[in-house]
Design a protein around this ligand. Sequence first.
Ligand code: MSP
Length: 653
Amino acid sequence: MSDTPCRTAYITTPIYYVNDIAHIGHAYTTVIADALAIYSRMVGHDTFFLTGTDEHGQKIEQAAQARGKSTQEYADEISGRFRALWDAFDITYDKFIRTTDEEHKAGVQVAFQKMVDKGDIYKDVYKGNYCISCEAFFTETQLVDGEFCPECGKPTQIVEEESYFFRLSDYQDKLLAWYRDNPECILPKSKRNEVIRFVESGLEDLSVTRTSFDWGVKLPEQMNDPKHVMYVWLDALMNYLTALGYGTDESLMKYWPARVHLIGKDILRFHAIYWPAFLMSLDMPLPKHIAAHGWWTRNAEKMSKSIGNVVNPKEVADAYGLENFRYFMLREVPFGGDGDFSQRALIDRINSDLGNDLGNLLNRLIGMSGKYFEGRIESDKVRTFYPEEMQQAEASLAKLEPLLFEMQIHRYLEELWRPLAIANKAIDQYQPWNLMKEGKTEEAMALNGLIANLLARVAIMLHPIMPKTTDTIAAALGFTIDQTSYEAIIKEGELLNPFTIEKTPPLFPRIEEPLLQEAPAAEPQPTQQEKTEKATKKEETTEGVALISIDQFFETELKIGTIVTAEEVPKSKKLLLLQVDLGEAAPRQIVAGIKEWYSPDDLLGTQACVVANLKPAKLMGLRSEGMLLAARDEGGLSLLRPESPKIPGTKVS
Ligand code: MSP
């Protein structure tokens, strides 16, 4: 390995925000981390694999409000969904951390106090261009026409807010020295250069507390400043330490420093600049690698909920097989580069790499050994008759190990396929059926032995990426994949003991046509699913859709409303401001994102179906007290309306 061998391996994913549904990007990071963790355990490292959810901050608070839930209740549900997804994906995490865990919050406070004591945190005033509607600061360059909010288009104001600052500027030189002295601290290496350029251009101190919202970790009690909560990124990054008990029960701290933090490239700055600076401030050792992968796109477009092109990992795994999908994600894209998801590419990988190269080889072996030797396979003459093949294959295998922790995972898999090519070629070249005809029984037996031993080697090294599939292959070949077989077969080059091969059904049935409709839909919108999951507690499901009871359905109060006024929301491309009569004392104000499809005149005096018991939310600073039901497909959006006029306030059931 390129690194000095270490006995512990602490591997982390980012902790995922609970304001969104899981998509292929989340699955990608998690699967890479899982493969590294399985590998580390297999080679005998004391491994700790961490994942979890990032639950504080204004975004989460707002997402909860929009769904009429308490923030904690909402965070519990979405966090639970992430965890359920990773469980369904057989992810072998050792801990699932939540930033709302009490131990985490306590640990972050300990760290904060240490930074204060060290003199790295000071109180000052944060001055900037503030958008009241979005409750966010923006830099001069982010503003539209030097004045307007880039998010909502409203005029911003210069606002001063009291804040604590972290002396990031003091760490500029130390960070540069770290990057320089540790060429592999940021992977791929090209990303390290980007970070170096950024840091060289100068670092400003970082505002690490907020007073504009509440949903966050409070400052340590002894600071006696209750109106501040910690900046979400400080809170979130600290999870890597608090998961090991930092500041509370430190029994797992032996795993620190992390072997690798896996992240996406969009959050590199936080991990490669803020995080090591915080750690330096805490006098903690720095992680070995921060590895940033690229983005998954769909037909070269960014995935987004509004375009409706988000790839739902569960749906893909259910249709194509979880491990096939794992293999595809890791093989298809060079780590660090962007990758486009297409079912065609996935099908090609399954049919070609997995079906033709790997699956068929096992089938051929089962067929040949069954036909000539009643399934018996012996290895003692393999190196006598096929020394070159064994040598070439072993040379390929020897190249593998550094590739994995250098994050050259696609190259690892590419290299791993060489022994398969050697095996397939050997069958074509030596033709066992001719060997048998010519009475060269020993050579034919040794050829089967060669194939079996190459397959065994590939199965072991493929195990981290396809654990169950490779267990099946190993079982057919009469052994179990574990540290002992890894050491004997891969490290010591031992050959398999004589065994009788087990017949195995084809591992990778051929796929002709895409199995999913072209745009696998994202998971159902949280509101619907949240309700479902909450009450059914994984009750009945049909074809993967959770069923809800009639009572749950009636939790949503649907009513017919008459739109009595409608106007455009200034500077908004999407929003209309409506007053809707629901038969109550006064009309409800509803802000609806339907401007692309309806003009105010189209709506005046018409009726629509309204969700009447939503918690009020603010959209562009305007209070919205309900939601119109609508259906949207490629042809556009249509409001759901009664077939004939109904009295305003009539219940819909
Ligand atoms: N909560 C922060 C991370 C804090 S870690 C201390 C966060 N969460 S996130 O849920 O928004 O994103 C998590 C990860 O998903 C990031 O690594 C991000 O790069 C990754 N991805 C989000 N969209 C992606 C794609 N379309 N493709 C690949 N990965 C992407 O950021």
